[in-house]
Structure formats: structure tokens, C-alpha cells
Design a protein around this ligand. Structure first.
Ligand code: ADP
Ligand code: MG
Length: 259
């Protein structure tokens, strides 16, 4: 079975999308087959992976609301072999409402992926979530076995993580027994500031087993890459940000799904 990892943190701007696309790219460059599911109506992951996602393009909405098969909407990432994307368009903003009236509305994505896995092989599925705990995020949490939380090395880093942990417990108890927090990734780390190091220490204490050894540095290349429709690994592989994501991807793969 593929490892299905949801990248969650209801705080916006902490590096969820950046992490989803660059870890996906790192795994794919390592020779693994990776599917990214863009669950955010903003479609930032789709942009960064260089796939079409203008209004009207079929993607996550059609899968979760209309029940269309994953393979009928996925696109391959143009510059990274072994990487596929279920794109999100702005239409996905209507999915929270569209889903309310559907049967088993929390398990739509899980069922769609299960059906896909019977026909196609991938090693990893990474799901990028919107910054909220609505039905889209719930679908992602129900579809995944692992949670990865990116934590920005800034003030209030752990703010919201407590609420996310409570949500995870609720989902575990009712909808998905298998769900586990396996990975915490420190993002936008700035080695020159005491604050970054303090936050990093605090997170490593709080999530001792889950926090990856590698932290992602704050890097201009990482921030620039999406405007070229690229991950930083294809945009500037030699940059510190790209190398950190490559190493983090290797750490995730080597640790496996079990802590
Ligand atoms: P989220 O998906 O959690 O809202 P994003 O991944 O979109 O967060 O990141 C928020 C902003 O921070 C984006 O503009 C992104 O380019 C920038 N960013 C993310 N990681 C880094 C980094 N390591 N260095 C510099 N900028 C970053
Ligand atoms: Mg995002």
C-alpha cells in the first residue's frame, strides 16, 4: 500500500504547500512514484507543480463531489518524472457546500484513492490542505494514514497545533483509526536568529520522535520557485532550500511509516 500523508496545520502561511510540493519532488527525484492531491481551492500546489488549474479544469472537486475517478483528472508534472497531480481550481471553494448533501461526505477522497490503488501503483500520496478544518481537510485526514505538520520557526509556532491534535484525536476515534502524526518539519528556519533556534528546540522537545533532523532554511529560491511554475528542486537544485527538501524527503523515506 502507498504511504498516504496529509500535510496539515490550520495556520496559514506556515509552509504546507511548499512542503507538499517539494517533498513530493524530492521523493520523485529519488525514483519513487508520487501523487499530489491539491485540496486547497487556492490551487497553490497545482501552480508550483506547473499543471493546468484554471477554472473549468477537472480536478479534486470532480473527484470528491462528483465521484469521478482519480485517474480521469490527474496530470503529470511537466518537469519531474514520476510525479502526478490532482489539481485544484477555484471551483473547489464550492466543495464544502457541495459535499454537505452527498452520502458519506467524509470518506469521498478515501474511497476514490482506494479505487485508484486497485488499478495504478504509486509509492506516496501527499495531500495539501487548506488552512481550515472544514470538510476538505476532514476528507484528507480520513484518507491518510500519516500526518505531517510543517511548523514555521516563528512566534506562536505551536499555536493551533493543539487544536489540530484535538481534531486528529476526534478523527481517529470516529473515522480513521489508522491516522498517526509521523512527521513534523521545521520550516523557514533562520540560523541567524535566536528566535528560530528557540522555536526549533521547543518543537523538538514537544515532538521528539516526529521532528525530522533536517530543518528547511528560509530561502529566496524556495519563495521564487512557484512563480516559475516549478518546485525549488527543478528551479534551483543547488540552493540550500532545495537540498534541505531533498534531504528531508530522504529522511521521510528512510524512516518509513512507523515511528
Ligand atoms: P501554507 O501552504 O501553509 O499557507 P506556503 O507553503 O504557501 O504556506 O508558504 C507561505 C509563504 O512562505 C509562501 O509565499 C512561500 O513561498 C513562503 N515560503 C515557504 N517556505 C519558505 C522558505 N523555506 N523560505 C522562504 N519562503 C518560504
Ligand atoms: Mg497552502
Amino acid at each position: 500500500m502507498p504511504r498516504v500523508i496529509v500535510i496539515a496545520n490550520q495556520k496559514g502561511g506556515v509552509g504546507k504547500t511548499t512542503t507538499a510540493v517539494n517533498i513530493a519532488a524530492g521523493l520523485a527525484l529519488g525514483g519513487l512514484k508520487v501523487l499530489v492531491v491539491d485540496m486547497d481551492p487556492q490551487g497553490n500546489a497545482s501552480t508550483a507543480l506547473g499543471v493546468e488549474h484554471q477554472e473549468g479544469v477537472r480536478g479534486t472537486y470532480e473527484v470528491v463531489v462528483d465521484g469521478e475517478p482519480v485517474e480521469s483528472v490527474l496530470q503529470s508534472c511537466p518537469d519531474i518524472p514520476g510525479l502526478w497531480v490532482v489539481p485544484a481550481t477555484i471551483d473547489l471553494a464550492g466543495a464544502e457546500i457541495g459535499l454537505v448533501a452527498t452520502v458519506s461526505r467524509e470518506t469521498r477522497l478515501r474511497n476514490a484513492l482506494a479505487d485508484f490503488f486497485t488499478k495504478y501503483y504509486v509509492d506516496y500520496v501527499l495531500i495539501d490542505c487548506p488552512p481550515s478544518l472544514g470538510l476538505l481537510t476532514l476528507n484528507a485526514l480520513v484518507a491518510a494514514r500519516e500526518i505531517m505538520i510543517p511548523i514555521q520557526c516563528e512566534y506562536y509556532a505551536l499555536e493551533g497545533v493543539t487544536q489540530l491534535m484535538r481534531t486528529i484525536d476526534l478523527v481517529k476515534g470516529r473515522l480513521n483509526d489508522d491516522l498517526r502524526l509521523t512527521t513534523v518539519l521545521l520550516t523557514m528556519f533562520d540560523a541567524r536568529t535566536n528566535l528560530s533556534s528557540q522555536v526549533a528546540d521547543q518543537v523538538r522537545q514537544h515532538f521528539a520522535a516526529q521532528t525530522l533532523p533536517t530543518a528547511i532554511p528560509r530561502s529566496v529560491r524556495v519563495a521564487e520557485a512557484p512563480s516559475y511554475g516549478q518546485t525549488v528542486l527543478s528551479y534551483h537544485l543547488a540552493s540550500a532550500g532545495a537540498q534541505a527538501y531533498l534531504t528531508a524527503a530522504r529522511e521521510i523515506a528512510e524512516r518509513g511509516a512507523h515511528l
